[in-house]
Design a protein around this ligand. Structure first.
Ligand code: F6R
Length: 607
């Protein structure tokens, strides 16, 4: 949440800052701003709302300068306004910040006692005011920044720029990611490598507690104890970090369409060359060593974990607990002996998931993670991190990361089934063969786009919707409802089909579409009974099933969408496609902002 960038350049930096912010806009779009050294003096431009407003402002009020910092905001402290927009400046210092300074009230009080008032409601201005105070006491820019960073509690990625210091930026990281980009006589700072991809492919990731003193030709990093730290300069694959819509109208549409390819890549990475074995070194991960598995995540990643519970329990006989990270971290759950803890996160930076991981450190027998960003905090703090290979996901609503998470989790469940001797050679071969065919099957489902679009036009007229699913389809129903509400703003709830009669059935009337996700599996007949209960009360059923399911259900549903047939174990991955495309087309029909839905941001680095 919030994206930050800094550039010590050879040329005018305002366009570079804005372009980098464009690539970070998925992290927040409540306001945007930049500060540069204009003739050695700090100068700022800030605008409320999306980055385009800042770009427009810069056309009328350009900002010269070869050194600058920038910010795109997801508001935490203080409403979105120009005053509260970053960069924040106090005299000779300007700062951009991602995170939350938890002790800012105490620090504000300290400043108030010294007669120093705030102009904004933000925690970040406190940082700028403190640095100014230290500089007024005679400390150099670097000394002042270090003194203040020492006092901060909470999470931060910070980048400072100072009056008269044309060749200096100070960057610091604790709890929020930050990368330094090495150029040729230029240096960059960014919240992630994606922001810096067009500028350089040489990246240094700061570690927790690091402070970097950056000039155009050098980076000197100290660790949390103030000791010199040698951090690796990595060459990143800029192609993977490239961000464009590839001809699609939205990033979300592009990312939905990419799923056959990225799932194929995930499979390639975790299957033996001939595709007949899950290929993870036995010494790295042996599920026979564990009695329990604890899965923890947030949002869509949590629904991936709920799905995985069915897989691990049914295929591998391994008992699984699934938790929402924000609950888990404060519940202080006892972790039974021989429990492996597995954290699932696209960004790898979600604050609650990271805190849950840290709670398990020293308590769980093993810390595993399934992440999209390999350099993320969650990946780095795990004993074993398994990347999902989805590539950069820019649409705020998660799509391809979800199906890649599911793919990797299913492969892990199969590995567990093998390790624990719970699966026959034939069943393993069948499921691996179905997995190898999955990209093609998903392609076939994507070809039904026209049907989803037509259906979505009718869904767009609803104010509310219910999603139902049983067994492996229950988490998918939850994901379908989340996708619909977050991008189309239609209120949607999901229930396990069997729960309907315990209360939610009271909601059914002629206006309520009920999306039933039900391939013709062992539980299908039970779901059809629940569907009949809805229709008997005038509810409009949108049945998503396969051909045998459509035939068995008869033609009573309001709308029936027929997907390709697949082994029921893999159905959650396939049924994610209609969940995504229905939400996408409904949002487009309603004219909402698909890629940047209101109030949301990707990479939730605050609590
Ligand atoms: C919904 C969505 C969110 C994320 C959640 C966790 O479409 O994207 O619910 O799944 O914020 O994020 P990560 O996976 O980055 O930990």
């Amino acid at each position: 949440m919030c994206g930050i960038v800094g550039v010590l350049g050879k040329h005018e930096v305002a366009p570079t800052l804005v372009e980098a912010l464009r690539r970070l806009e998925y992290r927040g779009y409540d306001s945007a701003g930049i500060a540069t050294l204009n003739d050695g003096r700090l100068d700022r431009r800030r605008a409320v709302g999306k980055l385009v407003n800042l770009s427009d402002l810069l056309v009328h009020e350009p900002l010269p300068g070869k050194a600058g910092i920038g910010h795109t905001r997801w508001a935490t402290h203080g409403a979105p306004s120009v005053t509260n927009a970053h960069p924040h400046q106090a005299g000779p210092v300007a700062v951009v910040h991602n995170g939350i300074i938890e002790n800012y009230r105490d620090l504000r009080a300290e400043l108030a006692e010294a007669g120093i008032a705030h102009e904004t409601d933000t925690d970040t201005e406190t940082v700028a005011l403190l640095v100014r105070m230290h500089m007024e006491k005679g400390e150099s820019a670097e000394e002042a920044a270090r003194s203040v960073i020492d006092k901060l509690d909470g999470a931060y990625a910070l980048c400072f720029l100072f009056d008269g210091e044309e060749d200096l930026m100070i960057a610091a990281r604790k709890g929020s990611p930050l990368a330094i980009g090495h150029g040729d006589g230029e240096m960059f700072v960014g919240s992630d490598a994606i922001a810096l991809a067009p500028l350089t492919d040489r990246i240094t990731y700061l570690e927790e507690g690091d402070i970097a003193v950056v000039t155009r030709t050098s980076v000197v990093i100290t660790d949390r104890y103030g000791n010199a730290a040698n951090r690796e300069v990595r060459k990143i694959q800029t192609a993977k970090a490239m961000v464009d819509k590839a001809g699609h109208k939205h990033f979300m549409a592009k990312e939905i369409a990419e799923q056959p390819t990225v799932i194929g890549e995930a499979l390639q990475n975790y299957l033996s060359d001939d595709g007949t074995r899950v290929d993870l070194p036995q010494e790295a991960l042996n599920f026979a060593a564990y009695d329990r598995l604890s899965l923890v995540a947030c949002g869509t990643a949590y629904y991936a974990c709920l799905t995985a519970k069915y897989w691990f329990e049914q295929l591998a006989g391994l008992p699984v607990d699934v938790d929402i990270a924000s609950e888990f971290r404060y519940r202080e759950p006892p972790i039974p002996q021989n429990t492996a803890a597995l954290f699932v996160s696209q960004s790898g930076e979600t604050a609650d998931t990271l805190a849950a991981l840290r709670y398990c450190d020293g308590r769980a027998a093993r810390i595993l993670s399934v992440v999209n960003v390999s350099e993320s905090s969650i990946a780095r703090e795990s004993d074993l991190a398994l990347p999902i290979h989805a590539g950069a996901e820019i649409g705020v609503a998660s799509t391809k990361a979800f199906t890649c998470q599911l793919t990797v989790l299913l492969l892990l469940a199969l590995k567990a089934a093998g390790d624990r001797g719970m699966i026959t050679t034939e069943r393993m071969a069948d499921l691996l063969s179905a997995l190898r065919g999955l990209p093609a099957t998903i392609n076939n489902a994507l070809e039904l786009d026209g049907d989803f679009k037509k259906t979505a036009r009718r869904l767009a007229e609803a104010d509310n919707a219910l999603f139902l699913g049983r067994g492996l389809m229950f988490p998918l129903a939850l994901e379908g409802a989340l996708k619909l509400k977050e991008i189309s703003y239609i209120h949607a709830e999901a229930y396990a089909s069997g729960e309907l009669k315990h209360g939610p059935i009271a909601l059914i009337d002629k206006k309520m579409p009920v999306v039933v996700m039900a391939p013709k599996d062992a539980l299908f007949d039970k779901t059809v009974s629940n569907m009949q209960e809805v229709m008997a009360r005038g509810g409009k059923v949108l049945l998503i099933t396969d051909r045998p399911g459509a035939e068995a259900a008869g033609g009573d549903a309001w709308i029936t969408l027929t997907l390709p047939q697949i082994d029921p174990v893999l159905s959650p991955i396939l049924y994610a496609i209609p969940a995504q495309l229905l939400a996408y087309h409904t949002a487009v029909a309603k004219g909402t902002d698909v890629d940047q839905p209101r109030n949301l941001a990707k990479s939730v680095t605050v609590e």
